[in-house]
Write a protein that binds this ligand. Structure first.
Ligand SMILES: *Cc1c(COP(=O)(O)O)cnc(C)c1O
Length: 399
């Protein structure tokens, strides 16, 4: 059966566990073929000398970090990006050998020790942190040089050393024992905006910092700046590596980016959210539905109960606002979404059976409900929607 590590469960009729996933009340379906397609498209887009980092933090944006990482590496990704040490360890425990960069900050003795032990690669954000790292490695004791990545703040005002102090910082790290600088990078704050002014200024600062580092006679093997939006915007932003999250999962960071670099990349959504109908019933006019009776049947109607709720990550604030697909038709959700279940108006679907599949996000026929649709309704971004699906939902891999 399914475990919290989310081993891929293939929807292959030859596999003995097919029945297990068919019997699920609700699940997240991950199209590994679409994931491979997206990665190959992105590799074609970037300059031949640039590498691709597959960003798999937050359990690969809710898609399942282990199967996504393995597929990404097979499709040609060079490096994996995670946010935390445990995320990196999970990939190593599953036998993944690719370089793993930890994009978040790490400080403690335990974290440094784990990084060294599991051959993870930390981000260094400040001189203080670099000294802590070097000291801890000295005391472990540690033989060899840990590959590290220098983070510059060029305008995001998140992690990193101010770009004007880049050269001094890099020089300090270079002089420390046990540390070897693999890359210098920064992160863009507004790459998904149609107005490039701020992004251009961040790039100018990054370039200036690099010039000053070079002036000290220091060679940095890898420079990187671009997230998905920047990767889809302009090859001048690709440097030696791009760090791609959202686009790899088949979503565009902004609608104007669907016309990316002369339409060279056609992305396919990787994630679909599905659940089963658990009961169908007829209710008479005037009957209330769900907690609070916020929906009262205006006429006699048929309703369906679906085995998925807000504890699975369907936001309760979508109550009465969302539609789902059944047999390729759009159907309205009615009443408050509850913890484990929600209700639909299925009056116009003939002879609906219990056990039939409902698509909450994804395709049926020529209709498509995307994470962007939910994000728009909820006044948030698709990244947050994708990360919101809980571990109770098995991730089912399809090819
Ligand atoms: C999450 C993250 C990315 C990926 O961003 P997308 O917009 O999803 O491509 C890239 N770089 C850093 C530092 C990140 O934290």
């Amino acid at each position: 059966m399914f475990n919290s590590k989310q081993t891929p469960v293939f929807a292959d009729t030859q596999q003995s566990n097919t029945y297990a996933w068919f019997s699920q009340r609700a699940w997240v379906e991950i199209d590994l073929g679409a994931l491979s397609h997206n990665i190959k498209q992105l590799i074609k887009l970037i300059s031949p000398h640039s590498q691709l980092m597959a960003v798999v933090k937050a359990d690969a944006y809710g898609h399942g970090a282990v199967m996504v990482s393995k597929t990404a590496i097979n499709a040609g990704a060079n490096v994996l990006g995670v946010a935390t040490v445990p995320e990196g360890i999970q990939l190593r425990e599953e036998g993944i050998k690719a370089p793993i960069l930890i994009l978040g900050a790490t400080h403690t003795h335990e974290q440094v020790q784990a990084i060294a032990h599991w051959q993870l690669q930390p981000t260094l954000c400040s001189p203080k942190q670099a000294l802590e790292f070097s000291n801890t490695l000295e005391n472990i004791p540690y033989h060899g040089c840990l590959p590290v990545h220098i983070k510059l703040d060029t305008g995001m005002s998140r992690l990193g050393t101010d770009w004007r102090q880049a050269a001094e910082f890099v020089q300090l790290v270079q002089g420390l024992p046990h540390l070897q600088i693999n890359s210098v990078y920064s992160h863009l704050a507004t790459a998904d905006s149609p107005d490039p002014t701020t992004m251009n200024e961040q790039q100018r600062r990054f370039d200036q910092a690099i010039t000053q580092i070079k002036a000290k006679g220091i060679h940095i093997p890898t420079l990187h700046l671009a997230n998905s939006a920047a990767t889809l915007t302009n090859r001048n932003l690709h440097y030696d590596m791009v760090r791609v999250g959202l686009a790899m999962y088949g979503l565009y960071p902004a609608t104007h980016l669907e016309k990316n670099l002369y339409n060279q990349v056609k992305l396919q959504p990787v994630l679909q959210l599905k659940a089963r109908i658990t009961q169908v019933k007829t209710i008479t006019a005037g009957t209330g539905v769900s907690y609070g009776h916020h929906f009262i049947a205006p006429t006699d109607m048929r309703i369906a109960v679906v085995g998925i709720g807000y504890a699975d990550g369907v936001p309760r604030s979508l109550s009465h606002k969302m539609q789902v697909l059944i047999r390729g038709q759009l159907v309205s959700q009615i009443g408050a979404i509850t913890m484990d279940q929600l209700m639909l108006d299925v009056t116009y679907i003939e002879d609906l059976q219990e056990g039939e599949v409902v698509t909450l996000l994804g395709y049926e026929g020529n209709k498509y409900i995307s994470a962007d649709d939910w994000a728009t309704q909820l006044n948030t971004i698709s990244w947050e929607i994708l990360c919101g699906f809980k571990h109770r939902l098995p991730r089912v891999a399809v090819m």
